[in-house]
Design a protein around this ligand. Structure first.
Ligand code: 5RP
Length: 231
């Protein structure tokens, strides 16, 4: 029997990254997300790069990593649909709903996820929660709406702060800012996403309920656990 007790979080990410290869459809373009867990997946994907025509990526960072390994990156506008999108999460609940955007790539992640028939979430066990909201909720916003949206989140009991990078507001791949909202308990992710998505100035809210996971590969000390949420 394998002893998994000493696995680090990085090793768990490598295991789920490797395990996700089974969902890659040979001959088909693949959707690829963003983050440290996805980086493990991209590195593993290099071993089967000759079997896929390319990938649609959710960030400049993932695109650069894919290209460096010799995997072609296509524009999202060049594909009509994808069978599979593989990405990480900051939190995932018991229904496959997620919080995403810790890497500030949530808008493109939601776009690529919307193109895909199935979202395969890869995550270590620390990401599994009963109720979304312990992780500060990322929201990509138009900069002129920051104060207004901060007040709207306060009315829900949330405390919003602008994410900084090197002391100034982080600028996303889309030229916008990120609000991180603390103090929310998101009991109904679908209703929350629907509501906040239509607030003026919100580009993308980091709740993925409409684009929830079909499957989660969860890295646990006992090994990779597959959770099937149905499609
Ligand atoms: C990036 C994301 C990532 O999927 C999320 O932050 C998880 O990242 P990591 O795998 O590094 O823990 O949503 O915007």
């Amino acid at each position: 029997m394998t002893d998994h007790t000493a696995l680090t979080q990085d090793e768990l990410k490598q295991r789920v990254g490797q395990a996700a290869l089974q969902y890659v459809v040979p001959g088909e373009i693949l959707g690829v997300g963003t983050g440290s867990t996805v980086n493990c997946f991209i590195d593993a994907l290099a071993t089967m790069k000759a079997r896929i025509p390319g990938a649609v990526s959710s960030s400049e960072a993932s695109s650069a990593r894919l290209r460096a390994l010799g995997i072609a990156v296509l524009d999202a506008n060049e594909v009509q649909r994808l069978s599979v999108y593989i990405d990480g999460a900051d939190e995932i609940d018991g229904h496959g709903c997620m919080i995403k955007g810790g890497g500030a790539a949530l808008t493109r992640e939601k776009i690529v996820a919307a193109l895909a028939d199935r979202f395969i979430c890869i995550a270590d066990a620390s990401k599994r929660v009963d109720v979304l909201g312990r992780f500060p909720l990322p929201v990509e916003v138009i900069p002129m709406a920051v104060a207004h949206l901060t007040r709207r989140f306060a009315a829900l009991g949330g405390v919003a702060t602008v994410r900084l990078k090197d002391g100034t507001p982080l600028v996303t791949d889309n030229g916008q800012h990120i609000l991180d909202v603390r103090g929310l308990a998101i009991a109904d992710p679908l209703a929350f996403e629907t509501e906040v998505s239509q607030w003026p100035g919100v580009v993308t809210v980091g709740v993925f309920a409409h684009q929830r996971a079909s499957i989660c590969l969860l890295g646990t000390p006992e090994g990779v656990r597959t959770i099937d949420f149905g499609s």
